[in-house]
Design a protein around this ligand. Sequence first.
Ligand code: PMP
Length: 764
Amino acid sequence: MRLAVSVTNSALQQKLHPDNEYLLVSERPAWQLLERLYAIAPSLPHYLFRRACRLEPCTQRAPVVDWLEGNGDSIGRVIDVDLRGDESQSVRSPAFRRKFVRGSATETQYELPPEGRTTNVVVFDLNVGSLEFSDTAELADTDAFTAKIFRRMKEAGARVGIGRYNEARLLYTSDVFASRGGENRTIHIGIDLFMQAGSPVFAPLDGVVHSFANNRAPLDYGPAIILEHEFDEGRVNFFTLYGHLSEDSFESLYPGKPIKRGDRIASIGAPPTNGGWPPHLHFQITCDMLGMQGDFPGVALPSQRDVWLSICPDANLILGIPDDLFPAPSLSSDQIIESRRAHVGPSLSIAYRKPLHTVKGFGQYLYDAEGRRYLDCVNNVAHVGHCHPRVVEAAERQMRALNTNTRYLHENIVQLADRLTAKMPGRLSVCFFVNSGSEANELALRLARTRTKATDIICVDGAYHGNTAALIDISPYKFDGPGGAGAPSHVHKVMMPDTYRGPFKADDPNAGHKYAADVMRALEEINEAGKRVSAFICESALGCGGQIILPDGYLREAFAHVRRAGGVCIADEVQTGLGRVGSHFWAFETQGVVPDIVTIGKPLGNGHPLAAVVTTPEIAASFDNGMEYFNTFGGNPVSCAAGLAVLDVIEEESLQENALKVGAYLKSELEALKSKHPLIGDVRGHGLFVGVELVLDREPLEPASKQAAYVVERMKESGILISTDGPLHNVLKIKPPIVFSNLDGDRLVARLGDLFAENFLNSL
Ligand code: PMP
């Protein structure tokens, strides 16, 4: 209405001021939008409004579904195979019926087994989180996809492969299926029947030809036919849609042509004519053609899922494939939340106001259950990219052969130890393998204690080192936070070497020296209490502390103080190691130091639980005091295979160099953003370990914590995952898988820029 008023006004204005060109310019976009809106069938917004009112969106649906349910007996076959058949002859999925299969894996033509001899149908899981079709590269390669479909059918001995109705599909998450709003049409609203090209297609009911067309991208149905059916004197009216047909199917068709149940109306198209897809019939019911002719969406936007499911009832109302052949649906987000509440410890937190239900990861992307793709800017566990095929394959292959403990000889553990220690400077030549960052730090503390025969620990304020009892004791992030009980008497906190918020700023060339003096103070405190220091533990760049980059000289001086007092120096590289900082493989190297003990965690297994402690032969020897160190899972062949693959990928894909290059670019773009938006107080980082601190003012740096939380939520809504950190929760942390690209950085910064340009400050 507003656009109509606007163009009417401008028509009037033009009459009054015919020379004013500007009036024409401002009118054009209004007409463009009106034309776009005009192309939408009025019933679609009608259905969307009905959904908003919690009514069944499509008004024609109920009589259609009732009629189909009541007239199952008068419905014929759509293909030349009995889909309703004897349930006992069918299988749910190849996984349920393991057979020994010989033959070529790349076969793309498939010989049908004779009907009834074995099973008729196999139901595929093409969901976003499918464990069967999870390889995005394979899905993008239509030949490989076709080969796999036929291979699976062969394994199951099935005559028809079924692609399900109401399924959010991974293969529709690519950019090809993106809509104007950036959302992908991922929800399949018909049923696919995978069969050999050329298989006949029959009309299951009497009707007339409504329309037909050869649909190219983006719908990509290839040739499609739509029949119209009317029963009970016109009270029941619906359409059936047949897509991906062969081109010759249109011969002798004309709109309005009467069709009888059982008439052969078409045959299934081969890949060259059907958009490159595996040969299949896309079969769909629709209660409303929405004014379209010859084409109709076969996939819908997740945000309109229930509206399209209402317009297009389950095509199985006609096909009649037995329900129990379909696997039980996955749990919904609400069911998972409810079950977590009942049976999972409540102190495990869930991120985001509307929790993210992730089912798939690939590279720097995570996908939710509806197929929405998120740029993951915060996951430093999936170091070389989510589900990196090399790592997955390495672990999977080893898992098939052997997984056992380190009491038996196996080459993987020594290979990984060789490779890791080769990356270490100085005398850091002995490894222990464990299962988590926490376990690594816990062992580091034990090593330090046996070495020094002392127990006091110096840690940095704001730090987190892990979840065990001993590590909570040395993690101010926890013991000073909610539920914490403060520092125990053997733990001594030193100030965070934070050159933005701390007393010594970035422009002070002696800041490192001055912060290290606080370590000296802690040592004196220990000495005055008549005790000795065991270890100083410090992350090589502070993660939970707020993505803080240590000032020059800090670790060098702090280490010197500690060693002079007889303590050992532990570098916690759980977040920062393995090339993330770009300029060096380990972040401690940026400080020009060699620690006595290095702990490595998250990135080493790329999501597989693998962590390590690397130390000197002397410290390792002190620990060998007669008490055996045994770790059931630490260093097992599967974990080590994953770790070796991670190291290979970092090298072969030059990911450390990538972190350096992309990190520098990202930082400079964020700096540019900072100059435009006063809310950004500081941008800091090393490689792909980056922090953006938000403040309400430049003096006294009042933290913009609410704003940071708000930004994180809004970024998630637009498909980008970041998070906050720091004791004041006002630092946006960015530490993506290190396959992150400049383009990803552009996307992140552009979206942050849009958000900061919004005037949300006062409304929070
Ligand atoms: N050290 C640091 C610096 C960490 O960030 C973490 C985990 N966030 C840990 C240790 C503990 O690692 P994990 O969760 O693997 O036990």
